[in-house]
Every structure is written in C-alpha cells, then in structure tokens.
Design a protein around this ligand. Sequence first.
Ligand code: ADP
Length: 165
Amino acid sequence: MSIAVYPGSFDPITLGHLNIIRRASALFDEIIVCVMVNSSKRPLFNRAERVELIKRTIARFPNVRVESSEELVVKFMKDRGAKVIIKGLRAVSDFDREFQIALVNGKLDKSIETLFMPSSEKYTYLSSTAVKEMARYGANLSTFVPKEIIEDVIKKVESEGLMIR
Ligand code: ADP
C-alpha cells in the first residue's frame, strides 16, 4: 500500500493546501496530513484545533486522514509505513527552504522520497499568513479557506482581539 504524508503547520488549512491534498489523494492509496509543530511560529490555532479544522474539510476524501506530531517527520513516517513526503510549491521562494528540508530528510532516512507538487495557479498567492491577515481586516474569506472553517477563523481572530477596525 502506498502511503504519503503531507506535513505542514496548517494554521489554518487553506484552499491551496486542500488543492494539494485532493491531487495527492488521486496518486496514493492513503494520504496522512500531519500537523507539525513549528517552533519559530506562534500559531493562531493550537494543534488540536488545527487537526479538527482539517478533519472537517477532508471528510469528502475517503483515503485522507489527519494526525499531528511533535517528532521528526521521518520517524512519524517509519512508524506508519509511509515512504513519500508531499510538498506543495508556490514559488521559487518556497523552493530553497523545501529543497534543503528534502535533502536533510533524505539523509536521515534514505528510503524516504520527497515529491514536490506545483501549486495550482489559482492559489500561488495563498498562505495561512495571508488568510490570518485578511481575517483581521474582516475580508471575505470564501476564496481563501474551505467554507466549513470560515466561521472558525473569524471567531478565533475576534476572540484573540486581533481585528483591525
Ligand atoms: P503556509 O506557508 O501557508 O503557512 P504550511 O507550513 O502549512 O503553509 O505548508 C504546508 C505545505 O503546504 C508546504 O508544502 C507548503 O509549501 C504548501 N502550501 C502552502 N500553501 C500552498 C498553496 N497555496 N498552494 C500549494 N501549496 C501550498
């Protein structure tokens, strides 16, 4: 069985992430979306909340599930028999960082392969950071995040006192 892992912060999941998940789900028997801890970013949503938002939006894909992890992605993968890491690339700016991470993961475990998927041109501008910024200004989020989570993003930004009026 071919299992691929799609790791990221997903703070929150966007339509760009979902586009990669949909396309990757057609290539593998199983996709595990893995919510990772990024120590250099202070997240808006905690890990359990990010998992819950993803769970709701991937319900339509029978071969996709979500987990979270604080361990190295290669360790997480070994325990689940996954061999491929999926990464979405928006622009050259993503490439430098992602290429380095791919090489490091390959050094840690030679049996792991990283597969880069180009972002759909519809979503190359889209990042979780942009979503959070738009939400602060009260912008319409329907072209940025899955409809199932729009209310959650608005409520969170409001409850954290981050709205700009
Ligand atoms: P962000 O940069 O939005 O905070 P994450 O750290 O959650 O994203 O990224 C997880 C993965 O999704 C990475 O491989 C990233 O390059 C990819 N990704 C993020 N946004 C998009 C997008 N709009 N289109 C395609 N891939 C994306």
